[in-house]
Design a binder for this molecule. Structure first.
Ligand SMILES: Nc1ncnc2c1ncn2[C@@H]1O[C@H](COP(=O)(O)OP(=O)(O)OP(=O)(O)O)[C@@H](O)[C@H]1O
Ligand SMILES: Nc1ncnc2c1ncn2[C@@H]1O[C@H](COP(=O)(O)OP(=O)(O)OP(=O)(O)O)[C@@H](O)[C@H]1O
Ligand SMILES: [Mg+2]
Ligand SMILES: [Mg+2]
Lengths: 159, 152, 152, 159
């Protein structure tokens, strides 16, 4: 199991649809400050609902995650997973800003589904908000900076 | 509840001892403030980098704290393996040789799981199988500038 | 009290505008949440790196936040010059070109004040007048390994 | 005015007396992780009493700043300032662990004085706990991380 491709559309600094093919093994991502490296990781956390909007550096919630480069008022990120036998599945999250705030829609293999179904599917592969498989900028420092109780809670969640 | 916690704790602690030695040439372990009743206390690190003695976590340097925290992350991963890992500049505090050491550990782990690692440090980029370049067009729009495969 | 605050604020704000442009090729300024009664509100940055528009401080990248914070530090220094400055890895989040830019600014400032800068980044070390090497003997005792003067 | 020399004795990882000559202009300090670079900056902040012991990464207060490499139970840091005309003055702080905790003694040109006298002398040169001329590891991130009110307070102190 691995991420085969990301499809990022109008999310943060990705003002138009971008496909990023990924492979197994060790892939490095590099580029100048502010170019959009952390936004790629944020897009994965957003699509799989592994973090709140606020922890994706958006003060005003999900609305801030939609690109401000145009007036489209919508954003979408699709994560395509594949395994060694070539079987694939995808998880997509689409948000639209309307009169009553921002609406999130979730898709499993392009068919609408609920957030709970997404989480149940991901838990089969040990992917959850507490699985420590994604370390955002500054998370490493936080582990030694936080209190001993907070640190113990990390194990509580895993057990 | 206490049983499942202690089972996870002991397994992660064994992993931590192993990884910490590998990443820092020192010796270290996890420690519960109250082993009898774990939920009434916290979890801390008892760790000495290299041949240092009696190091306190608070007094460690920025790089040493990073190595300790990274050993904990890898210890959790061993206990609960995920299919992919995404790391954002986890090598920021490390000096050249420690970045190289971390890159080797990631290279080993990447044989059984996918690693996507954002980094600005040369030793990390040099060890990767491939590199995705990210840049910004006018007004700050992100553009993927290319994917460089390392020649074998 | 309000007068002395506003006098300091306006002077530091003018400095900030100048330094921010120099360090980031963008434009930015300080902003008071309540200009009428400054003590009832806070102070924030209205800043756009390069040719970006409407950037929010919270959404900036790690490197961009560092450049903004450093511009603020240099703005304060211009207003209240001290005889020496000691910086500990302030270039940690910056990419190569931004480290080089920061090193140039420090080189300029060091004509009128002493700068002691701890860094692990090559562009910073290359710009210094001299370098103090620090290492550890056995058991972690610090030893000064030498002072290298840059040949002119 | 600049720092001409540091004399660090049994402070943190400096287990014996070390003299570090300094010059005007731009001096870089480099070396491996954990070798003692930040401890040099901590020694200046300690000698000039510009930060509390806790912010010098010592949980148990001043006692933790005394080197644990031996049983000497004392530490001392002297900062020698000089100006272009060759005039010099020095500030030294000496701590000793006794039965009733840790005692701090302050010296101006090797003569005992009070902490208040040290602060008055330093304020002549715009050196104070709020002068932002010393940035410890992580201080830069803190400026954008802290609240807008805390940031305003930086100007309050300077005005
Ligand atoms: N909703 C949005 N619309 C447009 N741009 C956005 C939005 N949210 C954030 N940004 C921009 O994205 C950029 C940040 O990108 P990111 O954090 O990915 O940079 P980075 O490559 O990780 O840089 P660094 O090396 O400094 O960490 C910022 O310039 C920010 O202004
Ligand atoms: N009281 C003490 N006695 C002896 N050693 C101490 C004492 N307090 C701290 N140390 C040691 O000093 C070392 C930290 O040094 P310092 O923080 O200066 O490193 P550094 O060179 O800045 O490293 P980095 O590049 O990782 O920031 C640690 O290994 C710590 O254990
Ligand atoms: Mg980033
Ligand atoms: Mg340090």
């Amino acid at each position: 199991m691995y991420i085969k491709e990301l499809e990022i559309d109008n999310f943060k600094s990705f003002a138009s649809k971008v496909n990023i093919p990924l492979m197994q093994g060790f892939t490095a991502v590099s580029g100048p400050n502010g170019s959009g490296k952390s936004n790629i990781i944020d897009s994965i956390l957003f699509a799989l609902s592994l973090r709140t909007a606020r922890s994706l550096r958006s003060e005003q919630g999900v609305a801030d995650l939609i690109s401000n480069h145009n007036k489209r008022n919508e954003a979408s990120v699709k994560v395509v997973f594949a395994n060694d036998n070539g079987e694939e599945f995808s998880i997509r999250r689409y948000v639209k800003k309307g009169k009553n705030g921002v609406q999130s829609n979730y898709y499993y293999n392009d068919k609408p589904c609920s957030l709970t179904q997404i989480h149940l599917e991901l838990e089969k592969y040990n992917i959850s908000p507490n699985s420590y498989n994604v370390m955002m900028q500054g998370d490493v420092t936080e582990i030694t900076r936080c209190s001993a109780i907070e640190r113990r809670k990390i194990i509580d969640e895993i057990a | 509840k206490k049983e499942t916690f202690l089972e996870a704790y002991h397994a992660i602690n064994n992993n931590f001892k192993e990884v910490f030695e590998q990443i820092s040439q020192g010796s270290g372990s996890l420690s519960l403030e109250n082993e009898e009743d774990p939920f009434s206390g916290g979890l801390t690190f008892v760790a000495n980098i290299r041949d240092k003695r009696n190091q306190k976590l608070a007094g460690m340097s920025g790089g040493e704290k990073s190595l300790t925290a990274l050993a904990f992350v890898f210890a959790i991963q061993k206990y609960l393996p995920a299919p992919f890992y995404a790391f954002d500049e986890v090598d920021m505090h490390l000096d050249g040789p420690n970045v190289e050491k971390l890159a080797q550990i990631i290279t080993n782990q990447s044989k059984t799981a996918q690693f996507i690692v954002v980094s600005l440090r040369k030793p990390m980029l040099d060890n990767a199988d491939r590199m995705i370049g990210v840049t910004q067009k006018d007004k700050g729009v992100t553009k993927i500038s290319g994917i460089k495969i390392k020649d074998e």
